[in-house]
Write a protein that binds this ligand. Structure first.
Ligand SMILES: Nc1nc2c(ncn2[C@@H]2O[C@H](COP(=O)(O)OP(=O)(O)OP(=O)(O)O)[C@@H](O)[C@H]2O)c(=O)[nH]1
Ligand SMILES: [Mg+2]
Length: 299
């Protein structure tokens, strides 16, 4: 009697792409069960390629969250963001192309136009919880499915964790047979310093008015660890004095809220106490200068 052949381990890179705000980062976080990528109600939250890793008995999923593909303004920052998307597409084993249930517009079509023909692309219809009338989901799925030769179509809800196992099974079918690339407990390839800057940036999206988060960035000037304690010194860079006043708020109240919420998130993610100081600095033109962008961590 011969033993049944053991199923080979599978491991590969899974790009998550789509127009801004379709739920790419939320989906990655729920798939891996940790919040490594920041999210918000506002479009254009993600600005970097961020890896989220999940290892199970027979596979390692290396998800790559990307910025929403920008079609509106073309400053140096947005060009950099779009290059991040196209570079990621070129180096993936599987692609998740996300749309929002019930919505397919020109910005979604532009991302379809970028999809390579030689990599399996799964159409993921997210926010399906928002579609009250389930009868419209099928015609919508058929409409989007007609735009490209998708390898599979999966409606999900990242928020309610609906159909995520089904999605993961589909992805696994397309992963190459490979040994794991990361350790089984790794959840990202990003440093704590990077994750700290992203957490502060998320709070800007949460607590500061509509336009300001787009014209600001966060720089970690010092990150030290002493035993369990992390000391983090962060600078929020803004374009104008008026922006600085808005972030600081009345008697410093808003900056205090941003700081304490950021500290709590860091303590949760790093699993230890954090001492955090945040300064707001005016640095005009930071988003439209390529050399400057590299200095601030934009690839
Ligand atoms: N109802 C519902 N809302 C969702 C779902 N997934 C994400 N959202 C919400 O959609 C908004 C955008 O989510 P993100 O994950 O930040 O979207 P994104 O595609 O990463 O956005 P960018 O990084 O800006 O391109 C947030 O308010 C999420 O809570 C879902 O399945 N259902
Ligand atoms: Mg995002």
């Amino acid at each position: 009697m011969t033993d049944a052949p053991a199923t080979a381990f599978r491991c590969g890179y899974i790009a998550i792409v789509g127009r801004p705000n379709v739920g790419k980062s939320t989906l990655m976080n729920t798939l891996i069960g940790a919040k490594v990528s920041i999210t918000s109600r506002k479009a254009q939250t993600t600005r970097h390629r961020i890896t989220g890793i999940q290892t199970v008995a027979d596979a390692q999923f290396i998800y790559v969250d990307t910025p929403g593909f920008q079609t509106r303004h073309s400053n140096a920052l947005n060009k950099t963001l779009n290059k991040t998307v196209t570079n990621t597409l070129d180096s993936s084993d599987v692609i998740l192309y996300l749309v929002e249930a019930g919505t397919f517009g020109p910005a979604d079509q532009q991302v379809v136009d970028l999809l390579p023909k030689n990599v399996p692309v799964i159409l993921v219809i997210n926010k399906s919880d928002r579609m009250k009338d389930k009868a419209v989901l099928l015609p919508f799925a058929q409409q989007v499915a007609s735009k490209f030769d998708f390898a599979a179509v999966v409606p999900v809800s990242a928020k309610l964790r609906f159909q995520l196992d089904g999605l993961q099974n589909e992805i696994k079918r397309f992963l190459p047979e490979n040994d794991p690339i990361f350790g089984e407990d790794d959840i990202t390839d990003r440093s704590e310093k990077f994750l700290a800057s992203e957490i502060v940036r998320e709070k800007l999206f949460r607590f500061v008015g509509d336009e300001l988060p787009y014209s600001s960035t966060v720089l970690i000037e010092q990150f030290e660890q002493e035993g369990d304690l992390r000391r983090v010194f962060a600078a929020i860079l803004v374009e104008r004095d008026g922006h600085k006043a808005m972030i600081i708020g009345n008697k410093g109240a808003r900056l205090k809220e941003i700081s304490s919420q950021s500290r709590l998130d860091m303590e949760r993610l790093f699993g230890g106490p954090v001492y955090l100081e945040i300064w707001v600095k005016v640095k005009s033109g930071w988003a439209d200068n390529e050399a400057g962008l590299r200095a601030y961590g934009y690839e």
